[in-house]
Design a protein around this ligand. Structure first.
Ligand code: KG4
Ligand code: ZN
Length: 380
């Protein structure tokens, strides 16, 4: 019975998972309302909100699971990567709990957590074993990574075979939405609006996408240490959207929309659509199609190169309907099984941290009280 704690960015979360598979409770306190007036996460405010929420969120998770602190077997916590101050709040809280309760402390990499969010739900489908080799695409506001995943005994190991050279895919969604006056976070809004636009209306040419839109299996894939790499780049498309907005003099309507949305707490799809002209809807649809197309092409090329049987797609952007549809359509044709977490498990939560901690519990990979937050923690 592992208690997971997550505070790496703008969600304070606690969850209890039994044996890495059975979700007993998952509570997430979102800070969207705190950060949205600024159009992005303000690190100082995030840390303060975590301090406020950690205790009530953990109590709520235990209450939901019907457990006392004493009945827990271990405390797992995200130790990185993420915002240093935000991570520190969770790590300090988890260390205090582990010390006071005299329970083992398990440090979990946030990216590994995202990968285990898929496994947690897939493992619940009885008799359904994951086939290796496994590729994990972790695509969120802070990360765009391709990892080849292997298991030896209970331990999981990861080899990075691709990552973004600049912006993460979720960051491109967020920055594009902000630029278009659509608020924060941008991914869900763009996802909802894209279906009203023509995805072929605006061509994001290869040059605008810099090196990302070239043929991934040939030119963009690089060889390092004899292993082919499949890197991404999403800062070019953000600039291309800005150029389009400048060229078509869209700033006045953007500002009007931005002001209107500040007054509406949770706008419906219809309200959002009414605040956008067709040109904006087409731009949004074309942007999403370009990013989704690039993520799919590059990931499938990497899977082909490494003879992968199972693809795990996780992280906030895995909630995107077009990305799911794209992989669901194209993965079977490539002889691949593509697995996604449910939408709630795609974005940050603590169930994924508790699930990723279970193999470490079995392998007795515990941390001491010297554990500290590592903003740039690598996954291996
Ligand atoms: O995993 P997550 O909650 O936090 C990080 O670890 O970054 O991911 C948040 C990111 C944000 O960039 C958000 O815009 C994006 O995931 N996101 C989406 C969708 N839902 C969340 N992007 C595209 N489509 C969505 N439906
Ligand atoms: Zn995340």
């Amino acid at each position: 019975m592992i208690l997971g704690i997550e505070s790496s960015c703008d969600e304070t979360a606690a969850a209890v998972v039994r044996s890495g598979q059975e979700l007993l409770a998952s509570v997430v306190a979102s800070q969207i309302a705190t950060h949205s007036p600024y159009g992005g996460v303000v690190p100082e405010l995030a840390s303060r909100e975590h301090l406020r929420s950690l205790v009530p969120v953990t109590r709520a998770a235990l209450q939901k699971a019907g457990l006392t602190y004493e009945e827990l077997d271990a405390i797992a916590v995200t130790s990185g990567p993420g915002l240093a101050g935000a991570l520190l709040t969770g790590v300090s809280f988890a260390k205090s709990l582990a010390w006071a309760l005299n329970k083992p402390l398990i440090a979990v990499n946030h990216i590994e957590g995202h990968i285990h969010a898929v496994l947690l739900e897939e493992c619940q489908k009885a008799g359904d074993e994951i086939e290796f080799p496994v590729m994990a695409l972790v695509v969120s506001g802070g990360h765009t990574h391709l990892f080849l995943a292997a298991r030896s005994g209970e331990s999981w190991h990861y080899e990075n075979v691709g990552h973004t050279r600049d912006d993460a895919a979720g960051e491109a969604f967020d920055k594009t939405a902000k630029l278009l006056g659509l608020g924060y976070p941008g991914g869900p809004v763009i996802d909802r609006l894209a279906r009203f636009g023509d995805a072929k209306a605006v061509k994001f040419t290869f040059a605008q996408l810099k090196h990302t839109a070239r043929q991934p299996s040939k030119r963009a894939a690089q060889v390092r240490d004899g292993r082919k790499r499949f890197d991404f780049s999403y800062s070019g498309i953000k600039t291309a959207v800005l150029r389009y907005v400048e060229l078509h003099e869209m700033f006045a309507t953007i500002e009007k929309r931005r002001r209107a949305l500040l007054e509406i707490a949770s706008p419906s799809d219809e309200v959002l659509r009414d605040l956008c002209d067709q040109q904006t809807l087409d731009l949004v649809a074309s942007f999403q199609a370009a990013v989704v197309g690039d993520l799919t092409r590059r990931t499938l090329a990497a899977c082909e190169e490494y003879g992968v049987r199972t693809l795990l797609v996780s992280g906030g952007v895995a909630a995107n309907s077009a990305l799911r549809a794209s992989f669901e359509r194209r993965a079977p044709r490539a002889g691949l099984r593509a697995c996604f977490p449910s939408r709630a498990m795609s974005t940050d939560n603590a169930a994924m941290i508790a699930a990723a901690a279970y193999p470490k519990w079995l392998g007795r990979e515990f941390s001491g009280l010297e554990l500290t937050a590592e903003a740039n923690l690598q996954l291996r």
